[in-house]
Design a protein around this ligand. Structure first.
Ligand SMILES: NC(=O)c1ccc[n+]([C@@H]2O[C@H](COP(=O)([O-])OP(=O)(O)OC[C@H]3O[C@@H](n4cnc5c(N)ncnc54)[C@H](OP(=O)(O)O)[C@@H]3O)[C@@H](O)[C@H]2O)c1
Length: 349
């Protein structure tokens, strides 16, 4: 497994990290804790020893499962979590409404108030059974709380030895500049952004910014929540509560069209390399300039083993370009503005 330094910090992470959202269950139509524990241990065995989670992933569940699975391995793991999305505090602007793992309604709010940040860091450490968190990231900006107050609280927690490094997520370059200014001599470890062969927006702004400032960049949803593996066949039924179902890009037609494109573009490279489609797509992603690592979600050990091998697959420049250019202009039906309006009017699937 290739490894890289995270920005200017002393943290080192594998190029393929474990994304622990799906094992929280919420959004993903539930989860199987036994399979999740196997997946987490398989990740550690494969050198995929950095785990990205958040309190909101299953409303504490993802962090608890990580704590259970990795107990006794603290020295070998890098624990990366987040602050700023609360479902258990009435303060802050509403981010979204949802149902929790027991089908009870929840309101998730943005809240980066200093007292909330301190509370969340304590709770995350407790759920994962550790004294120190390796990386704490601001999950989403909170328009009601000055960034200086939030970062001030995180700097204090760092001084107190409760966390090693500070990162952010879903930030614009302007906010990244502001964060760096406020942090002063404390390094901004990383920003975590949506990035895949089909979601390349950050190539215009965040990636060049991060390269210039030596800040790490973590790609989230790098395989488009399963779509870029080629294994999400049209016939596969997702659970009724799996929220991917509500997205037009997961329609049977879109899956079929994307799988055909993957077969044509990625298939020959995968075949030549004795690799899977997922491995080639992940390897091409982590080869992009400025990217530190991909956070790849998995629900079982087989998926983890498949994904981890991508961290050992060194594609040449022509192969990387073939994947990136071959998928560049793929567009899902029904996902543009017209598709969204039709969906609102009940005129599309
Ligand atoms: N900062 C943020 O705002 C933010 C937002 C989103 C995600 N994230 C982070 O990024 C991580 C990854 O993103 P993500 O979870 O959205 O999606 P992802 O990594 O693009 O996709 C994960 C899903 O793909 C399927 N999959 C994984 N490996 C596979 C394989 N080898 N073969 C076939 N299917 C496979 C699994 O779903 P099925 O088995 O159900 O098909 C899995 O749950 C998250 O876990 C989280 O840590 C952060």
């Amino acid at each position: 497994m290739q490894r890289r330094k995270l920005g200017r910090t002393n943290l080192e992470v594998p190029v393929v990290c474990f994304g622990a959202w799906a094992i929280g269950g919420w959004y993903w139509g539930g989860s199987d804790d036994r399979a999740a524990v196997d997946a987490l241990r398989a990740a550690l065995d494969a050198g995929m020893n950095a785990f990205d989670t958040a309190p909101v992933y299953g409303f504490g569940h993802s962090e608890r499962v990580i704590g259970d699975a990795l107990r006794g391995s603290r020295e070998r793991v890098v624990l990366m979590t987040k602050v700023g999305l609360r479902w258990d505090d009435p303060r802050g602007p509403v981010f979204f409404e949802s149902l929790d793992n027991h089908n009870r309604p929840v309101t998730v709010r943005r809240n980066l108030r200093p007292d909330s940040v301190r509370f969340e860091v304590e709770q995350s450490a407790k759920r994962m059974g550790v004294d120190v968190l390796d990386l704490v990231q601001i999950h989403w900006p909170d328009p009601e709380t000055p960034l200086a107050e939030t970062l001030g609280a995180l700097i204090e927690l760092r001084k107190a030895g409760r966390l090693r490094e500070i990162g952010v997520s879903n930030f614009t370059p302007a906010l990244l500049d502001e964060a760096q200014r406020i942090l002063g001599s404390v390094p901004l470890a990383c920003t975590q952004e949506r990035y895949s062969a089909l979601s390349r927006g950050i190539e215009r702004d965040v990636l060049p910014w991060a390269r210039e400032h030596h800040v790490g960049t973590l790609a989230y949803s790098p395989i488009e929540q399963g779509l870029l593996t080629g294994k999400l066949v049209p016939e596969r039924k997702l659970a009724d509560t799996d929220q991917r179902l509500a997205k037009a890009k997961f329609s049977a037609e879109n899956r079929a069209r994307l799988n055909a494109r993957l077969e044509a573009v990625v298939g020959p490279i995968a075949k030549a390399r004795g690799a899977t489609i997922a491995q080639v797509v992940i390897a091409a992603t982590v080869a992009q300039p400025g990217l530190t690592c991909a956070l790849v979600g998995a629900r079982n050990a087989a998926q983890v083993r498949d994904n981890a091998k991508a961290g050992e697959l060194a594609l040449d420049a022509a192969e990387v370009a073939a994947v990136w250019n071959g998928l560049a202009h793929f567009a899902f039906d029904g996902t543009g503005i017209v598709g969204r309006v039709l969906k609102k009017l009940g005129l599309s699937r």
